[in-house]
Ligand binder design. Structure first.
Ligand code: GLN
Length: 312
C-alpha cells in the first residue's frame, strides 16, 4: 500500500455501477416528499446518476436521462447567476453560515433581523431570487436559460403543475418572504419573488442536464464553452457554501460521508462537485428526515469512498 489512495484518472463507469449498487441497497428507506402534492407522484424506486468531467466526458447509469423536479438544486444556479451578474452585493442580504435548522424554518429570521443564515435555506434562496430578479428582470428565466445552454437541452423547462402546487401550498415560503420584506430585505414585491422562486424550483431536469450545467464549478468558474461565468475566487466561495450549507442541517453528515460540496433538493436530486475533475449528480426520490435523498447520498458516499477522491 502506497498510503496515497487517490488514482490519477478515475474509472467512472466502474464507479457508477458500484454507486448504483449502493443506492439499490437503500431500497424502501425514506419517504417521497408530499408537502408539495405534485411531488408525491414521483416513482419512489427510480434511481439515476451521471458524471460530467472537466474534459467533456459524460457517463450515466440507471435513470440518468429521466427528468425530475430539481427543487432546491436550483438554488445553486440562482446564487451563481446572482453573483455572476451582481458580484458581492448579494452577500449584503444573506449570510454564509450553516443554519442547523430545517430548510424551511422561520425561527432564526426573527432574531437575526430578516437576514437569512445562508443562500440555500428557503429564506436565503428567496433573497437571492429577489436580487437575481433585480439584476436580470426575470430570475426564473435566467436560471432556465442557463440550464438550457449548458445542458444543450432546449426542452428543459418549468413544470407548471409543480409550480402551481408549490404556490397553492406555499404558506411557509410566503410567511418567510413577508417577514424578510418587513425587514426591508426584498427589493421586489413578495408575489413576484415567490412566483420566480417556485418557477425555478419546479424546473424539470435530468442528472445528465444537471451535471453539464454544474460543471462550471468543477472548472473553477469556467463554462463548457471556455467563457468564464465567475472568478475562480467566487467559484471557491460557492463551493465552500455548498459544502457547509448545501444539504441543510445534514451538511455535517454529508461532508462526513461524501466529502464534496453538494446541493440537494426535495425532488431527490443531489448535484455534487469534485473540483478540478467533474460534476456528479445522483437522484432517487425517497428522502431522509433532513430532506436529502437516501439513495443519492448512499451513491455519492460509495463513489468517493471507493475512489478515495473527495476534497479531503
Ligand atoms: N421549493 C421547495 C420549497 O420551497 C424547495 C425545498 C427543497 O428542495 N429543500 O419548499
Amino acid at each position: 500500500m502506497s498510503g496515497v489512495p487517490v488514482e490519477e484518472s478515475l474509472d467512472y463507469r466502474r464507479l457508477l455501477d458500484a454507486a448504483a449498487a449502493a443506492a439499490r441497497a437503500t431500497t424502501g428507506q425514506g419517504r417521497v416528499a408530499d408537502y408539495i402534492p405534485a411531488l408525491a407522484a414521483a416513482d419512489p424506486e427510480a434511481f439515476g446518476m451521471a458524471v460530467a468531467t472537466v474534459d467533456g466526458e459524460l457517463y450515466g447509469v440507471g435513470d440518468w436521462e429521466r427528468p425530475f423536479s430539481i427543487q432546491s438544486v436550483s438554488k445553486l444556479f440562482s446564487l451563481a447567476l446572482a453573483l455572476a451578474h451582481g458580484g458581492d452585493g448579494v452577500w449584503g442580504g444573506v449570510g454564509r453560515e450553516p443554519s442547523g435548522n430545517p430548510f424551511n424554518s422561520l425561527v432564526q429570521l426573527e432574531t437575526e433581523h430578516g437576514i437569512p443564515r445562508n443562500p440555500f435555506i428557503n429564506a436565503g434562496a428567496l433573497v437571492v431570487t429577489d436580487r437575481l430578479q433585480s439584476l436580470t428582470g426575470d430570475a426564473a428565466g435566467a436560471v432556465r436559460e442557463f440550464l438550457r445552454r449548458e445542458s444543450g437541452n432546449p426542452l428543459l423547462d418549468t413544470d407548471p403543475a409543480v409550480a402551481a402546487s408549490e404556490a397553492e401550498h406555499g404558506h411557509r415560503n410566503a410567511a418567510l418572504a413577508h417577514f424578510i420584506a418587513s425587514h426591508g430585505n426584498l427589493q421586489n414585491p413578495v408575489e413576484t419573488v415567490l412566483d420566480h422562486y417556485y418557477a425555478h424550483c419546479a424546473i424539470a431536469a435530468s442528472c445528465r442536464d444537471l451535471v453539464l450545467a454544474g460543471s462550471f464549478l468543477a472548472r473553477y468558474g469556467v463554462r463548457a464553452d471556455g467563457t468564464r461565468l465567475m472568478t475562480r475566487s467566487e467559484a471557491k466561495r460557492v463551493n465552500a457554501v455548498l459544502l457547509t450549507c448545501g444539504t441543510y442541517d445534514a451538511a455535517g453528515e454529508f461532508a462526513f460521508r461524501v466529502g464534496l460540496p453538494g446541493k440537494s433538493g426535495v425532488g431527490g436530486g443531489i448535484l455534487a462537485i469534485l473540483p478540478g475533475r467533474a460534476a456528479v449528480c445522483a437522484w432517487g426520490p425517497r428522502l431522509d428526515q433532513a430532506g436529502n435523498s437516501v439513495a443519492a447520498v448512499a451513491a455519492l458516499d460509495a463513489l468517493t469512498t471507493l475512489s478515495g477522491c473527495s476534497i479531503f
